[in-house]
Design a protein around this ligand. Structure first.
Ligand code: ATP
Ligand code: FE
Length: 371
């Protein structure tokens, strides 16, 4: 079994070839870092154009690096959601073209399920059921993974995701955005005093497992303004004093942003163990899971609760084609795939794109306990 995975849901164009036994034959990512830097965020139309320009080359590179041609593939897996529909379309059209030409089955993949399941490629002993914290640019999810395709959502964000808060904070602090906001804040925070700015931890009084990062984002903006930091001046051109202030804000922001994760994870673990006492693992995945501070703090939470942390390596936490190919493999094995598309698709063919696509059903604790 050899599967090609294609991912274009946001700003990275990614493809990879993975074998059924989990061997990664190739992995290619083309990121839109220069666009992100220029526009300070993802502009859908621009992102779509960027995907269209590189998709053929990215897929070709993935095949070349794997030393294979399309004819050697068993199936094509592609992200159909959630994400920006203009961007998803580029990947889905490419996948269908390859699948139609070489008569390959297609596996439709949920981007957040892929962030979750890639942990099973990294740790082959990871069995269902397990818990997952998915933290990225657009999502902040706590789920109980019962089985493939069967998830219970314990918590989500009521506004922004943590990655969005990292990205905006980095922009307002005038950091170099070529490597995306998260890593820039992580690096700067190492030089700052995490106790110096007193940000309040979100949702402390809420006895649920939901998140909120919009308020913390505003707190960061206000702190920057109150300290008279001129965000128009790039970090590298700022004075030493100004750089120190920025590092203090970055460190204080990171401490509180992650404390919020710790508190909600702690509660979600209790909830999950009530539902499924056999849970042994917490998977932490999505772009923000590549952060070393996040990993270290969550490792402590997990250890306190006698669970084990499974965290994919950074290259598999941020968007990548491997997680799509692997999720394709897991689904393919259970017969969950579509037949090859017709060789000639009508121009107006309706593609199955799911820009908004929840991962599993929402859990309501009160209702479930009453039952
Ligand atoms: P989603 O998965 O919700 O659709 P996405 O696909 O854009 O969002 P990912 O690639 O999974 O996101 O994650 C990107 C996010 O991860 C960005 O917000 C980025 O700043 C953040 N990120 C990446 N590395 C780090 C890091 N070292 N520390 C903190 N955040 C990070
Ligand atoms: Fe993602």
């Amino acid at each position: 079994l050899v599967v090609l995975g294609i991912e274009t849901s946001c700003d990275d164009t990614a493809a990879a070839v993975v074998r059924g036994n989990g061997e990664i034959l190739s992995q290619v990512v083309s990121s839109q870092a220069d666009l992100l830097e220029r526009y300070g965020g993802v502009a859908p139309k621009m992102a779509e154009e960027a995907h269209s320009q590189v998709i053929d080359q990215v897929v070709q590179d993935a095949l070349d690096k794997a030393n294979l041609t399309e004819a050697d593939l068993s199936a094509v897996a592609v992200t159909i959601g959630p994400g920006l529909s203009l961007c998803l379309r580029v990947g889905v059209q490419k996948a269908r073209k390859v699948a139609a030409t070489y008569q390959l089955p297609i596996v439709n993949v949920h981007h957040m399920e892929a962030h979750t399941l890639v942990a099973r490629l990294c740790d082959r002993d990871l069995q269902f059921p397990f818990m997952a914290l998915l933290i990225s640019g657009g999502h902040n999810l706590l789920v109980l993974a019962h089985d493939l395709g069967h998830y219970l959502q314990l918590g989500t964000t009521i506004d922004d995701a943590i990655g969005e808060a990292y990205d905006k904070s980095a922009k307002w602090l005038g950091l170099d955005l070529r490597k995306s906001g998260g890593p820039a804040i992580e690096e700067l925070a190492r030089q700052g005093d995490a106790q110096s700015v007193k940000f309040s931890v979100p949702m402390k009084q809420h006895k649920d497992c939901n998140f909120s990062y919009a308020g913390l984002k505003t707190q960061v903006k206000l702190a920057i303004e109150s300290k008279n930091i001129d965000a128009g001046i790039p970090f590298s051109s700022a004075s030493m004093d100004d750089q120190r202030l920025r590092a203090d804000i970055a460190a204080s922001f990171q401490r509180v942003a992650v404390l919020h994760l710790e508190e909600k994870c702690e509660r979600a673990i209790q909830w999950a163990l009530e539902i499924e006492p056999s849970i042994k693992h917490l998977v932490v995945s999505g772009g923000v899971a590549s952060n070393q501070y996040v990993r270290a703090r969550l490792n402590e939470v997990v250890a306190r609760n006698s669970l084990q942390l499974v965290c994919p390596p950074p290259s598999l936490c941020t968007d990548n084609g491997v997680m799509i190919a692997w999720t394709g493999i897991e689904n393919f094995r259970l017969g969950r795939f579509d037949p090859p598309p017709p060789a000639i698709e009508p121009e107006d063919c309706q593609l199955d794109l799911r820009p908004r696509w929840p991962l599993g059903e929402e859990y309501s604790r009160g209702r479930s306990i009453a039952r």
